[in-house]
Design a binder for this molecule. Structure first.
Ligand code: DGL
Length: 285
């Protein structure tokens, strides 16, 4: 029996739209509901307890909208809270860490992968573990680059300031010896990566700047495409695919400033997505 209920998507802000866009391209008959917790973004500097509690409050909202599956389109929430969230709801829940890790493990030729992500994601070691699960012989170098999230949330995707922030963020991974390495897990100076995994759903929006800076020798990978493939399999295995002739509906919700979300949404995606609507979380101040 086909199932035309929507798929729920959750991120701390606008970053998860990069995953949603990919899913809509790949599964055009599916309806979707997206919730961005912009009022409390960024999640990256928060404690695991806060990330888990906020994520559960957001997923409660999606569950109340009768979604048939949920994509946690936020690496920080996937890295820190996925187990707790899966225990809390009956619907299948997909995170973005494992699909991204698998894609990176398959992309590297030299078995040397760099990961940029939020502080909470790096602290969790979720990517380190997931890539090692794929291939224990891969060296994984993780670096927290929190300064990039507020840039994307504000719609700043190019220009000198963005280039400088990206250069600074990538310094320790690109063996720029003059850059101080403030990584939680210091990166050896002689590490040479051939694959850079964008371990935060906000970062693909900076991909043109990132790709220009890393140069042609490094493959830049994000979770969006791998996650949409994993979602397609999940729906198929669970007999949850929408009828192929379904007329899909898409809804966007934000806990934060709607005008700012809408501005960023339009700047990033044009008229691809509908107008954002407000949602109030019982737990939020
Ligand atoms: N987009 C999120 C991620 O993938 C979170 C960014 C943040 O809120 O710090 O990690």
């Amino acid at each position: 029996m086909p199932d035309s209920r929507p798929i729920g998507f959750f991120d701390s802000g606008v970053g998860g739209l990069t995953v949603l866009r990919e899913v809509i391209r790949r599964l055009p008959s599916e309806s979707t509901v997206y919730l961005g917790d912009n009022a409390r973004a960024p999640y990256g500097p928060r404690s695991d307890e806060e990330v888990t509690r906020f994520s559960a409050e957001c997923l409660d909202q999606l569950a109340a909208r009768d979604v048939k599956a949920i994509v946690v389109a936020c690496n920080t929430a996937s890295a820190v809270a996925l187990g707790t969230l899966r225990r809390r709801y009956d619907v299948p829940i997909l995170g973005v860490v494992r699909p991204g890790a698998t894609a990176a493990a398959l992309a590297t030729r030299t078995r040397c992968v760099g990961v940029i992500a939020t502080q909470a994601t790096v602290r969790s070691r979720a990517y380190f573990q997931a890539i090692k699960d794929e291939n224990p012989f891969i060296e994984v170098y993780e670096h927290a680059t929190p300064d990039l999230v507020p840039l994307v949330e504000s719609g700043a995707l190019e220009g000198l300031m963005v280039e400088a922030a990206v250069r600074h963020a990538l310094g320790p991974l690109l063996d720029r010896r003059e850059d101080a390495d403030d990584s939680v897990f210091p990166i050896p100076r002689d590490a040479v990566i051939d694959t850079l995994l964008l371990g935060c759903t906000h970062y693909p929006l900076l991909a043109p700047v990132i790709t220009a800076q890393v140069g042609p020798g490094i493959a830049v990978i994000d979770s969006a495409s791998a996650t949409s493939s994993a979602l397609a399999s999940l729906l198929e295995v669970n007999h949850l695919l929408a009828p192929t002739d379904a007329l899909p509906r898409h809804a966007l919700y934000s806990t934060g400033d709607l005008r700012a979300f809408q501005r960023t949404n339009e700047r990033l995606f044009g008229s691809f997505f509908p107008t954002v609507e407000p949602v109030a979380l019982p737990g939020a101040a």
